[in-house]
Design a protein around this ligand. Structure first.
Ligand SMILES: [Zn+2]
Length: 371
């Protein structure tokens, strides 16, 4: 028998939303439910057919595969010959469909049980870094208070759900008998409860412990960025898995350098005579000292670009630049001799501003800076 189109089975269009698909399936499941159609082989086949269609169309991945390849997408997998779902699978889906208690994680196919591994909660810490640490990357050892399973604690299989993490119950509804599965509220779905615990442990058998965690921070991180150290959050009880440690990066302000993305800005002040005569200046960059030459006749406001002397890109593609802004410092007071000298220069045409095309305007310089 040729397999029918899944959309056709549920009576929805290809563009149907997840909610529409769910609603359509619910209608079919009710219509062909075995309890309502005892000993009706045709209804049972349709019931299974609808469940299979829903299993695929309710899963974004499977739906995409089906949309592209049709039934071939699942050959060799389930349902290659039709009717791949057994009744248990179908009923276990109903926890979802009929709102059987927010469990949400049924595996449906593959017959996996409802047991879920409980995950410990995440911890967040803030780490302050200097610009130098950010530029070079650093390994930080941080003290963290995290919950761990207390020494001496032991866990046993939950007797209420026998370790499956879920309880199934039969409910009589207007639709007939329904089997639904919901998480075990004794063990919270983990399938385990406390056997023995020391006095200083909490209700889950956990206690707080201070540990030193080593965190490798790559070069180029940005203020506010979050790094995840897997498994270094709070531990979970029983065979659960540990939460994560979330490291929030905080960048300390630098007294000389201003960060702008991967570029750095530095304000360099030179004296009037240095501007006239030319000089060289030593600058503390994030990777060490650099001496830069300043040409005689430099204009105030000139920007010198030191390529690659900024912050490395977090993605590993090169580094930003260090932009050195030249400021010529003008003294506010002069002694008599100095005053006479400059007064003498007032009449000298040589000191008249004569901007050349190479002395770019402020706006041109800003444009350059971002190019
Ligand atoms: Zn239980």
């Amino acid at each position: 028998m040729a397999k029918r189109d899944y959309y056709e089975i549920l009576g929805v269009s290809k563009g149907a939303s997840a909610a529409e698909i769910k609603k359509a399936y619910r209608k079919k499941a009710i219509e062909f439910h075995p309890d309502k159609n005892p000993d009706n082989k045709e209804a049972e086949a349709k019931f299974k057919e609808a469940a299979e269609a829903y299993e695929v169309l309710s899963d974004a991945d499977k739906k995409a595969r089906y949309d592209q390849f049709g039934h071939q997408a699942f050959e060799g997998g389930f349902g290659g010959g039709g009717g791949g779902m057994n009744m248990d699978d179908i009923f276990s889906q109903f926890g979802d469909i009929f709102g059987g208690g927010g469990f949400g994680g049924f595996s449906g196919f593959g017959g996996g049980g409802g047991q879920r591994r409980v995950k410990g909660s995440n911890l967040r810490i803030r780490v302050k870094l200097t610009l130098e640490e950010i530029a070079n990357g650093i390994e930080k050892k941080i003290k963290v208070k995290r919950k761990i399973q207390a020494p001496g604690v032991s866990y046993k299989t939950c007797s209420t759900c026998n370790g499956t993490g879920q309880v199934t119950r039969i409910a009589n509804t207007i639709l007939g008998r329904m089997q639904t599965a919901s998480p075990c509220n004794v063990c919270g779905g983990s399938g385990q409860t406390i056997d023995k615990k020391p006095a200083d442990a909490d209700a889950q058998g956990l206690k707080v412990s201070e540990e030193t965690v080593s965190i490798k921070i790559p070069a180029g991180v940005v203020d506010g960025m979050q790094l995840k150290v897997a498994g270094k959050g709070n531990e979970a009880p029983g065979n659960g898995i540990s939460g994560d440690l979330i490291v929030v990066i905080e960048e300390e302000a630098h007294d000389k350098l201003q960060r702008e993305g991967d570029n750095l800005h530095y304000d360099l002040y030179i004296s009037f005579p240095e501007a006239v005569l030319g000089t060289s200046k030593e600058i503390n960059t994030v990777t060490g000292k650099v001496r830069i030459p300043i040409d005689a006749g430099v204009q105030s406001g000139k920007i010198l670009r030191l390529r690659g002397k900024g912050i490395p890109s977090i993605n590993g593609y090169g580094s930003g630049d260090l932009l050195v802004h030249v400021n010529v410092w003008t003294p506010k007071t002069l002694n008599k001799k100095q005053k006479e000298f400059f007064e003498g220069m007032l009449a000298d045409e040589h000191f008249e501003p004569k901007p050349e095309s190479s002395d770019k305007s402020f706006f041109e310089k800003v444009k350059d800076m971002f190019s």
